[in-house]
Every structure is written in C-alpha cells, then in structure tokens.
Design a protein around this ligand. Structure first.
Ligand code: APR
Length: 173
C-alpha cells in the first residue's frame, strides 16, 4: 500500500491524525492555508498558539510546533514555518527541508500515523513550486524509510499548478 498519497483539495476537511499548517513565526494566523485552518478550527487554536509563543517567543523558519485541532476533524495541527523565498541564497532549500522533517519528528513524538501536508512556502512565501516539491518529496521519502511507524503521508494541493507538479513526480513513486 503506497505510504505517500496525493490529494487535491482543502486540507481542513481531512480526517487524518494531523494536518500541517504553513504558519508564520508569530503563530498568530494569517491568510492562505493558515487562515483556512484557524477559521475551521475556531478560536481555541489561536489560544493554544498564544500559550506556545508565550513560552518560546517565536517559531523560527524550519521549525514546527504542535497543538490540538479545535473543531477540525483531525486530532492535531502541526504548525510548520517555511522560509520566505529570497532568491535561493539564504539557505531556503535547507530550511524548507527542515520544516518537513521537524513536522514529521513531531508526528513520531505524538505517535501520529497519518499526516497531511500543504505545499509549504509555495504561496505567500513565494518558494518556486517545482523546487519545493522536490524538497518535500525527498524529505518525506527519506524520513519514511527510517521511520516505518508512520503509515501515511498525504500531500494536499489546493492549487492546480502544485497538483500537476506533484502528480507528475509521484506517479514514479
Ligand atoms: N488547504 C490546502 N492547501 C491550501 C489551502 C487549503 N485550505 N489554502 C491554501 N493552500 C495552499 C496554497 O495554494 C499554497 O500552495 O497552501 C500553500 C501554501 O500557501 P500559503 O498558505 O500562502 O503559505 P506560505 O506560502 O507558506 O506562506 C505562509 O502566509 O498565510 C500566511 O500566516 C501565513 O505568514 C504566513 C504565510
């Protein structure tokens, strides 16, 4: 059974153990998938994020934190902060890779078996979609090889462009 799946649609509708949010370092919500997740989860999600920020100050790019899921169907939300694309000379690729890996490490810590990712950093943060998909797929594939406890990772594409890119690449998986 393939461990990596591809879906086109809204990540807030998924009944998986955890969905990943493409957050910013303040964890105070925003637009895009961050806005959609906070709207669907309700105000308690922001309350949980505020408590985390009170403890850690901010969540730097490449890092992730975990909260409950409020009114969402899933059990957890992993808030992962991707890098802002600045041309590729500021370690953006490594930071995006870390955003995926640190999200998966949190999933292991919480015995999460099914997890869904949006296309982190490819919206407002302007990361080139082709490059981001290569980084995301290779990070997830490498992590799953070492950590078979995770049963399924779903890449959720909201926009058609990302969906076509992932469809092409995952058809060879
Ligand atoms: N479900 C799944 N994916 C979604 C959804 C959704 N409901 N809404 C948007 N997306 C997709 C976008 O199509 C894009 O491919 O999420 C991807 C990431 O785009 P953004 O949400 O803009 O995230 P990012 O590029 O990482 O920028 C993060 O934007 O929303 C703010 O607070 C956020 O400051 C942070 C920044």
């Amino acid at each position: 059974m393939p461990k990596i799946e591809l879906l086109k649609g809204d990540i807030t509708k998924l009944q998986v153990d955890a969905i990943v949010n493409a957050a910013n370092s303040s964890l105070m919500g925003g637009g895009g998938v961050d806005g959609a997740i906070h709207r669907a989860a309700g105000p308690e999600l922001l309350e949980e994020c505020k408590k985390i920020i009170a403890r850690i100050g901010s969540c730097p790019p490449g890092n992730a934190v975990i909260t409950g899921a409020g009114k969402l169907e899933c059990k957890y939300v992993i808030h992962s902060v991707g890098p802002i694309w600045r041309g590729g000379f500021y370690n953006e690729s490594q930071l995006l890779r870390q955003a995926y890996l640190n999200s998966l490490k949190l999933a292991m810590d919480y015995q999460i078996k099914t997890i869904a990712f949006p296309n982190i950093s490819t919206g407002a943060y302007g990361f080139p979609k082709e490059l981001a998909s290569d980084i995301a797929i290779s990070a997830v594939e490498e992590f799953l090889k070492e950590n078979p406890e995770i049963e399924k990772v779903i890449f959720v594409c909201f926009d058609e462009e990302n969906y076509q890119i992932y469809k092409k690449k995952l058809s060879n998986v």
